[in-house]
Write a protein that binds this ligand. Structure first.
Ligand SMILES: C[S@@+](CC[C@H](N)C(=O)[O-])C[C@H]1O[C@@H](n2cnc3c(N)ncnc32)[C@H](O)[C@@H]1O
Length: 218
């Protein structure tokens, strides 16, 4: 999802594996590897030294995007954090509302929070992907600012562009979302308000329909 030739900033980098991969494979000429804690940045330093890429990777202590200047990168990555934290970090960084910049996110949980932020604030989700690694399923998406706010079905914050990704992993990811929604619906019916239960019911049935109609390549 990183555009060939673009400098990246990886927020919450920990071991800096992703920046290292990008520069070692000549996808990015340079990278900023950022983390809010010193411990992960020490891990990042070990990776950078191991591969001898100190001249290409800058380590930076930064809470979200706070210590990054807008001109320092074109593609901005956040992987392995919750979608709620991602939303918080992106929403306080106004300069990300720039159509030349790309945000690439892989929320570990609550992907709906960052999707909701994107669609309500003029970002377009360009595409999404899903994969399984060591028995765990992940989804990632690329988004850019357009300034347009499009009308979307209520389920969009849960499904995003994953239905267009024709991989079986994307379908499996959506099936996991559906079972979470069903659990949520049962909880709302028992302990919540009828409006909330009605909303979750609509999201659940739309998601189910999307999964049933979804075509996969194998
Ligand atoms: C689970 S690790 C993910 C590491 C790596 N991105 C990956 O996907 O394998 C999450 C990292 O995010 C960092 N982090 C948490 N909150 C952050 C914030 N507000 N700003 C920057 N980094 C943060 C943590 O210190 C940790 O190193």
């Amino acid at each position: 999802m990183v555009r060939q030739g673009n400098t990246v900033a990886d927020i919450g980098t920990d071991h800096a594996y992703l920046p290292a991969f990008l520069v070692l494979n000549s996808i990015s000429p340079k990278a900023l590897a950022c983390d809010v804690r010193k411990g992960p940045l020490n891990n990042a330093l070990k990776t950078v030294e191991q591969y001898g890429i100190n001249d290409k990777i800058t380590l930076r202590l930064s809470d979200g995007f706070d210590e990054i200047e807008p001109f320092e990168a074109q593609d901005f990555i956040m992987c392995g954090m919750g979608g709620t934290l991602m939303e918080e970090l992106v929403s306080r960084t106004d300069w990300l509302k720039d159509s030349s910049k790309r945000l690439i996110v892989q929320p570990q949980s609550h992907a709906e929070d960052i999707r909701r932020y994107f669609i309500e604030n003029g970002f377009e989700i360009l595409f999404e992907d899903a994969c399984i690694d060591s028995g765990k399923i992940y989804c990632a998406m690329a988004a850019e600012y357009t300034g347009c706010i499009k009308e979307r079905p209520v389920s969009y914050i849960y499904t995003g562009e994953l239905p267009k990704c024709r991989k079986p992993e994307a379908k499996l990811f959506l099936k996991n979302i559906l079972s979470r929604l069903i659990t949520k619906l049962e909880a709302e019916r028992l302990h919540g308000t009828s409006e909330k239960a009605e909303y979750i019911k609509k999201v659940t049935s739309e998601t189910e329909e999307i999964i049933n109609e979804m075509q996969t390549d194998c």
